[in-house]
Design a protein around this ligand. Structure first.
Ligand code: KIV
Length: 264
């Protein structure tokens, strides 16, 4: 049976963590859902891991539609979330709605939009018109030039206050989930405790209601130095399937992320 927003909300209410990985093609979609992945995120990280770019900024809506359609063909059960790429959600709520409809037509069940309270009006517009939205705060890779690099966010008193306020406003605007990237674990816990919607963490500590990693990272395929919040699940596994199943189990039993993967 297809996982829906209701399935995930019930898991949240029951205290069951959901395990998420990025996915960009049909074959991996089938493999990942067979290993118990609840949500497949068609991330604009495909700009990095598929297209070989150093940022996600050049990923187009057509790229996202193509990969969402590929993932949707391979996934029977897993919930599919797709990223709105850079430049497709910033201009106006109406234009964002128009762009998001194309991702839903390709098979996405939810779109993910980067940005704090500046995106509240857009999120309200979409959710009132039938498009569920995951808001994404903290390190927002599409703002890499504004942020001055891929670095931890929310580690000053004012930035912490700002993120708490953003989270609350985005929930009030109708966001279904809130993804937090690269923020201190204590702050992510505080936000998770305040919210009544599931939080998804990547580099945000173990208190989040769900965890996500980039598939290639957790398979140890990253180029260069491993990020602190990443665990290479292939290191002790004999197959990709075993590595993914270990990840699912580690998320659901709260063993991943461990303190070594958290920012303080
Ligand atoms: O595109 C992506 O992979 C993401 C994750 C970093 C959450 O947005």
């Amino acid at each position: 049976m297809k996982t829906t927003i209701t399935t995930l909300q019930k898991m949240y209410q029951d205290g069951e963590k959901f395990a998420i990985l990025t996915c960009y093609d049909a074959l991996f979609a089938t493999i990942l859902e067979n290993c118990g992945i609840d949500v497949l995120l068609v991330g604009d990280s495909l700009g990095n891991v598929i297209q070989g770019e150093t940022t996600t900024l050049s990923v187009t809506l057509d790229n996202m539609i193509y990969h969402t359609r590929c993932v949707a063909r391979g996934a029977e059960k897993a919930f599919i979330m797709a990223d709105m790429p850079f430049g497709t959600s910033q201009l106006s709520p109406g234009q964002t709605f128009d762009n998001a409809t194309k991702l839903l037509a390709a098979g996405a069940q939810m779109v993910k939009i980067e940005g704090g309270q500046i995106m509240a009006e857009t999120i309200h517009f979409l959710t009132q018109r039938g498009i569920p939205v995951c808001a994404h705060i903290g390190l927002t890779p599409q703002s890499v030039h504004q942020l001055g690099g891929y670095r931890i966010q929310g580690n000053t008193d004012s930035a912490e206050k700002q993120l708490i306020e953003d989270a609350q406003i985005l929930e009030q605007s109708g966001a279904t989930f809130l993804l937090m990237e690269m923020i201190p674990a204590t702050l992510a816990k505080q936000i998770t405790d305040i919210l009544t919607i599931p939080s998804i963490g990547i580099g945000a500590g173990r208190a989040c209601s769900a965890q996500v990693l980039v598939l290639h990272d957790m398979l140890g395929l990253y180029q260069g130095k491993k990020a602190k919040f990443v665990k290479n699940f292939m290191a002790n596994a004999g197959s990709i399937q075993e590595a993914v199943s270990d990840y699912v189990n580690a998320v659901k039993t709260n063993q991943f992320p461990a303190s070594e993967h958290e920012f303080q």
